[in-house]
Design a protein around this ligand. Structure first.
Ligand SMILES: [Mg+2]
Length: 382
């Protein structure tokens, strides 16, 4: 069985845990510091209840709720918490993988009583970080991910043979990961409205209407595929992170902030494993650009988020669109090598020492007191 652990309103909950005065209040996390001229990066459940969600201009959010609490995004905090949760989950002794900054997948094999384990994990996260998670349990990652949404927030749901069909019949097809609005409407036209109707379609039918993607989709739904991102824990061929927005955004600042954050997460994992990467791969999904994917290989390998971010921006320029509307995005580094070369340039050496010092301090103190990313981010968004 697979457990899909999805943090509830992750960024907003972290801010509420740090500052208890914000608990129970409608709160938004802005993608930059100027409260009236930015975009909602995350919203607390109290704000979501008012119809406020990520991707919305903050001005609009304040017009819905003038008393809204506002905190500028603290990327360092979120990455740190995400990595600490990953470590905590690893402690349970099962193989785990990142599905997103706030989503984790765990292969619990045939552990008896998976619901008890899920409860224990949920409590462990709550005790350590004062934030909640929702957990889905199913035979593969895609169904487990779907299950995690059923009793959100702070809920657990299991999809097993006894309840699978009955539950899938109640969920619109659009809720399945990978379906989205456009494909959802397409399915709707074909008379496929629920997850169950989709689940019951034979492989050749899905292949006929969606091509190779349809076949892959069928396999994900019916096989025992364990993780969303196929990444070996021990010797990775690539290191990547991705994120899906609740709705598409064409706000360049918001999108760039996310590319920066994902680059930072990827870079930190490369450094942790003493790796450098030559190839940066960026994928973007949006209503007009479809699935845009491109990669670029450089002669100089890097594990510096600043470089990875700028390499991503160059790749993004290849979309040929000035302001592409984006729904989901991912940054992956491949072409990995051991980071054992001697730095040739003084500047390079200086940056490496700086990064090492930052990682060391962050690892020791835990909190991200030192964080070059936000400075770079602010600069890049001016
Ligand atoms: Mg979440």
């Amino acid at each position: 069985m697979i457990l899909h652990i999805d943090m509830d309103a992750f960024f907003a909950s972290i801010e509420q845990a740090i500052n208890p005065k914000l608990k129970g209040k409608p709160l938004i996390v802005g993608s930059r510091a100027n409260r009236l001229y930015t975009v909602v990066c995350a919203a607390s459940y109290e704000a979501k209840a008012l119809g406020i969600d990520s991707g919305m201009p903050t001005k609009e959010a304040f017009s819905i709720c003038p008393d809204l609490a506002f905190v500028p995004a603290q990327q360092g905090r979120y990455i740190w918490t995400s990595e600490e949760i990953f470590k905590l989950l690893k402690g349970y002794g099962f193989e785990i993988a990142y599905a997103s900054i706030d989503e984790f997948q765990m292969d619990i094999q045939d552990t008896p009583n998976p619901e008890n384990l899920a409860k224990e994990i949920r409590k462990g996260i709550q005790d350590s970080f004062k934030i909640t998670a929702s957990i889905g349990i199913a035979k593969n990652w895609i169904l487990a991910k779907l299950a995690s949404k059923i009793n959100k927030p702070n809920g657990i749901a299991i999809l097993n043979e006894a309840n699978l069909e009955q539950t899938l019949a109640k969920i619109p097809a659009q809720k399945l990961c990978g379906v989205g609005l456009k494909t959802g409407l397409f399915f709707n036209d074909l008379g496929i409205k629920t997850c169950l109707e989709l689940y019951q379609k034979p492989a050749d039918y899905l292949e006929q209407i969606l091509g190779k993607n349809g076949l892959n989709f069928y396999l994900s739904l019916h096989s025992n595929e364990r993780f969303q991102t196929q990444e070996a824990e021990e010797k990775p061929k690539s290191v990547g992170h991705s994120y899906t927005f609740p709705r598409a955004s064409e706000n360049t600042g918001f999108i760039r902030a996310w590319i920066r954050l994902l680059s930072e997460m990827v870079a930190r994992r490369l450094r942790e494993q003493n790796l450098v990467s030559k190839t940066v791969y960026l994928w973007l999904t949006g209503p007009k650009i479809g699935n845009f994917k491109a990669q670029k290989t450089y002669r100089e390998a890097t594990n510096d988020a600043h470089d990875i971010f700028h390499r991503c921006l160059k790749i993004m320029a290849k979309t040929g669109k000035n302001k592409p509307k984006i729904r989901a995005l991912g940054v992956t580094c491949s072409g990995l090598e051991k980071a054992c070369y001697l730095p040739l340039f003084k500047e390079q050496k200086r940056r490496e020492d700086l990064l090492k010092a930052v990682d060391k301090i962050n690892a020791r103190i835990g909190e991200d007191t030192l964080y070059p990313a936000s400075i770079e981010l602010a600069k890049s968004m001016k």
